[in-house]
Every structure is written in structure tokens, then in C-alpha cells.
Design a protein around this ligand. Sequence first.
Ligand SMILES: *Cc1c(COP(=O)(O)O)cnc(C)c1O
Length: 395
Amino acid sequence: MKTKDEFLTDVLARLRIVLPQSTDRLIPLHEPTFGGNEWEYIKECLDTRWVSSVGQYVSRFETELAEYTGAKFAVAVVNGTAALHMCLRLCGVRPDDEVLVPALTFIATANAVNYCGAVPHFVDCAEETLGLDPLKLELYLQEVARVSGDECFNQQSGRRIKAVVPMHTFGCPVDLDVLVDVCERYKLALVEDAAESLGSYYKGRHTGNWGMLSALSFNGNKIVTTGGGGAILCNDRQLAEQAKHLTTTAKLPHAWAFSHDEVGYNYRLPNINAALGVAQLEQIASFLNSKRQLAMTYQSAFAGCQSIQYFKEPLHSSSNYWLNTFLLDDAYSKWLDDLLALTNQEGIMTRPCWTPLHHQIMYTNCPRMDLSVTERLAKRIINVPSSASLGGLHG
Ligand SMILES: *Cc1c(COP(=O)(O)O)cnc(C)c1O
């Protein structure tokens, strides 16, 4: 066991092997790279005055997203949170339903459930993926759930459990094979929060293409950005048409009349943002390459280190390595805050993972299973600078 100072000095030295030296600016956690046709495509939007929610880049972005992920349909929206909200609406979540979500995720996953008037029900995570643990979920459902016809009920609360929303944490896919099977047997709709996992695959199939619907995000810190943006993926034409209807104004087709058949959300992605997305998507292969190279460099810089371990993609998975992640050994986790303070002070931006959702004031009274793995992981995770631009430095 090292002393606190030995531990901090060692980690800082190893990070400095990987990261650029003698820079007077903070190395961000994740900044975008604009190295392609971004200027040209955005200029074209301005020149042609097609800047808003209609325009050729929106449909082009949707087509190319579908092609890239292997999903049949993609519907572009204003952000990933809106995409999640719509996925849950479209899979049939109603007020007073419960939706199973991992306790360790970004707040948006639970907020989207709340927007539907439904209740998040927290599931523990697996140490191997940092995402929802489908085996532990199954054991839990055996205990608390009752399937009746095509529906699943929580025997403790009496509420219907409609869906489960796994999230592929920092780009690492959850164990989808097992989860798909659990969903079938318990009649749960599978909606993936794939906001962090564009470019990540499980057993060769793209994440976000395993369930009924999924949500992507193109926020500024994600692997591909549109400034702000998101998309809904699905393989069912009727669902895709409903997604388009609901994310616009739910207007009935007519040459001039304004007649609507439900409350639409106007979640459309503007053309100008889609133009940025098309240019970014053209470069995704090179982003993924750089990020994998960076991941390898971190891994070798920390090889043999006992106090803190690099988090690797599990077998059968290919992560996009969106955010490089380390896990402090349990004995060292008491110094996580010291490590965060030191690295940020030294110009290396690092972050802990999210405060688990059952500790967030809005969700403290929500149903949950035993969350001991989540609790333990949350004390040990640290994310380090992960921009694609850092991956080219090591040739
Ligand atoms: C980024 C993110 C979202 C959606 O984010 P937006 O900022 O709304 O695009 C949702 N879930 C997770 C896990 C995310 O990381």
C-alpha cells in the first residue's frame, strides 16, 4: 500500500506520459474535432437560407445514421434527452408505469421517464461493463415481478413495469444477449440509451440496434456532435413514422390546413445542426481510430499499477472509448477527491462518475433493488481526458 502522496505522484506521472506536455491551457475531458466539411456544409445552409427544421441535411443525416448503425430508421431530434423521452412514449410508457433504469447513469435517463409521468425503478450495475446487470435484474424480477398476459407488474407497488433502459456507460456495451432474453421473458420493452455509444458494438452489432427503440446524443461532448442534437433509432417503419409525427407538430398532411391529431413536441433538429452532423459522421472512423489509440496508450502507461486500473471493454464488445475510465482499487478510493483536486489543478481535466440516481433529491423515493455494486463503483470511477485529438499524438 502506497502513501497518499506516493499514490497521487504516481498517477500524475503516468497521466503525463499520455498527455501533451507544457501546455498552458486545461486539457479538457472531451472536446470535438472539426477537421472535415463542417464549414462548407454550414456555409451552404446559410447561403441557401435553409437553416431551420426542414432542409436536405436533416434527411441526409438521418439516412447516414441509419446506414452507419445498421438500424432501418433514424429520426433526428434536438437532443438526446428528447430522443429518450420520445422512445419511451413510443414504446407505450404511460403515466404511473415503472421503467427500469440503471442507478449509475446521467440524469437524463431518469428524467425522460419522469416526463412520461412514469416512475424510474433503479437497477444495479455490473462491474465488468459499468452498465445495467441483466443477471442481477433477472434474479430480482423473479422475486418482485409478476407477468400477466403481455404485461409485467411490480407486486410490491402494484404498478406496471413497461420498459427497461440500459445505458452503455462511457461507450462500453452492456451484456445485451442476456438482457434481450430477460426482456422477452418478462414482457419488457427494450429501449437503449445509446447516447454515449455511437461506434460501439456488442457481438458485431451496433449498440442502439438491439431493442425496440434507442436514443443517440450529439451534444458537444459526445463522439460526434451537431452542437446539440439527438436521434431515435428503430427498425419498424410504423414506429419511425410515429416518431416523425410526434417529434414535429403531429400535423395531418394537407397543402395548407393546420389540423393536428395529437399533442406534438416540436423536437426537430435544425438543418444547420444536421449539416454539422453530416460532416462529423464522415470522420467517425478516424475519430474511433484515434480514440482506440489513446485508450491503448493509457492502458500501457498504467500497466502493472495496483492502485488504479484502466477499465477495458469486455470480451465480445468493441467500445468507442468515448471517455477513458479508471477504477481506483478499494483501498485507494478514499483518495479519489484528492486525485480529482490534484489533476484539475495541474491542468488535466478529470471527473468522477455521476452521483447515483437514487441519491438525487427528485428520485430518492423511487423503487430500487440492492444497489451495492453501483455504490462501490461510484466511489472508484474517474474519467480522464479523451478527445480524439489526443490520440494522434502517439503515432
Ligand atoms: C449525453 C447523454 C444523454 C443525452 O444528452 P443530451 O445532452 O440531451 O443530448 C442521455 N443519456 C446519457 C447517458 C448521456 O450521456
